[in-house]
Design a binder for this molecule. Structure first.
Ligand code: ATR
Length: 273
């Protein structure tokens, strides 16, 4: 019998998260010995909470809002992607040390790959809406995939400028220019929380959008957001946000359990319930 591995999500709040569903599904599917729990830890207690859980024998963690940036500073080591994004969403405990990673970047690029096999990120500029934690991971994904230019628009322009700082191919535009710069876009990504059930709408008319541009929303509740519906109605290819959630979990799971899990139809059904 293999060792029982304890892993958990840490956030504040955590109750809405689908991560326990995903990881516990894989533990069962691959016949592994372990569990994935969830802890609501306040930001001021994060460091103490992580080291206590590591001492109690936990092998790994996911971090969700609002902990991802603070976690980078707390980790003993972090990989290049986490450092480039400035945020950690996965921690593996190795020799009692916290090793930070950012698998959101993989999640973003992998689900586009899966949704639109052969999509060419290098074919033209990427338009990125948002400058929060999720947008930072998307930006890094676009850079890794060699998007020739990345045009960032955010309601708070300074946050977009901070995010673009030191990135030679990233340019910032005013939020109110979002309908005017779409004609050359190769891909449009909404990485704001607009369009999420219960939040405000994303006000954008896609009439100028390049007819071949891929449209991706990181919002996945609802699965087909108003943005994606509008894009589909125009005939643009779309990729929903559910894949980023599922695919970011795969390398995290592998870092703890040593198995790279699949996203299968049953898991898709489970998370969309
Ligand atoms: P996450 O880590 O999930 O990205 P976040 O850091 O709170 O969450 O970021 C939310 C994003 O949605 C930000 O880009 C935010 O814009 P600001 O930086 O100006 O806050 C954007 N956003 C949220 N509400 C918005 C609104 N009503 N109009 C425009 N953008 C909005």
């Amino acid at each position: 019998m293999s060792e029982f591995l304890k892993t958990a999500l840490i956030g504040h709040p955590v109750s809405h998260s689908k991560s326990p569903l995903i990881h516990n599904y894989w533990i069962k599917k691959y016949g592994l010995s372990g569990e994935y729990g969830a802890f609501d830890i306040r930001p001021e207690n994060l460091e103490e909470g992580l080291s206590r859980l590591a001492r109690e024998g936990y092998s790994g963690f996911n971090l969700t809002l609002p902990h991802k940036e603070r976690a980078l500073a707390i980790c003993d080591e972090a990989d290049a992607t986490a450092r480039a994004v400035g945020a950690v969403n996965t921690i593996a405990v190795r020799d009692k040390k916290l090793y930070g990673m950012n698998t959101d970047v993989f999640g973003f690029t992998e689900h586009i790959e899966e949704g639109r096999a052969g999509f060419d990120f290098t074919a033209g500029p990427a338009v990125l809406l948002g400058a929060g934690g999720a947008a930072k991971a998307v930006l890094q994904g676009l850079i890794q995939q060699k998007a020739p230019e990345i045009w960032i628009l955010n309601r708070t322009r300074e946050k977009a400028e901070e995010m673009a700082f030191g990135r030679p191919n990233a340019y910032v535009f005013d939020w109110n220019k979002r309908e005017d710069i779409l004609s050359d876009a190769n891909i449009l990504v909404n990485a704001t929380s607009l369009g999420l059930e219960g939040k405000e709408k994303l006000e954008i008319d896609l009439k100028n959008l390049n007819p071949g541009a891929l449209v991706n929303d990181i919002v996945y509740v609802p699965l087909y957001t108003e943005l994606l519906k509008q894009a589909q109605a125009r005939g643009n290819p779309v990729v929903t946000g559910i894949g980023m959630l599922l695919h970011q979990a795969r390398p995290a799971f592998r870092s703890w359990f040593g198995v790279m899990p699949d996203v299968d139809a049953d898991l898709l059904r489970l998370v969309q319930k």
